[in-house]
Design a protein around this ligand. Structure first.
Ligand SMILES: [Zn+2]
Length: 91
């Protein structure tokens, strides 16, 4: 019996509403990646991989996915759109 395998690609669009941010929230280091492998070491908005030891911004998101860890360029874009960003002091 023959079979025909067809792959259909489906594009999903997800929407987020960011209403506040905390800069320098967590560092993308070895320890973080071992505790949170689900975060995949990527910005949760644009999917850009974080570099080792890069500080991530916490974005407060109204959607069901909850709060997100985002990169500097997404943070800057949110600031340009009027979202306030608090700064967490690093010791
Ligand atoms: Zn990003």
């Amino acid at each position: 019996m023959s079979e025909w395998n067809f792959e259909k690609s489906i594009t999903k669009v997800k929407k987020y509403s960011i209403y506040g941010m905390m800069e320098n929230f967590l560092k993308n280091d070895k320890q973080f990646r071992s505790i949170r492998p689900d975060k995949k070491g990527k910005c949760e908005l644009c999917n850009k991989p974080f570099v080792d030891n890069e500080y991530m911004t916490l974005a407060l998101n109204k959607g069901k996915d909850g709060n997100l860890l985002i990169c500097d360029s997404c943070r800057d874009e949110a600031i340009e759109n009027g979202v306030s960003c608090n700064y967490r002091k690093i010791n």
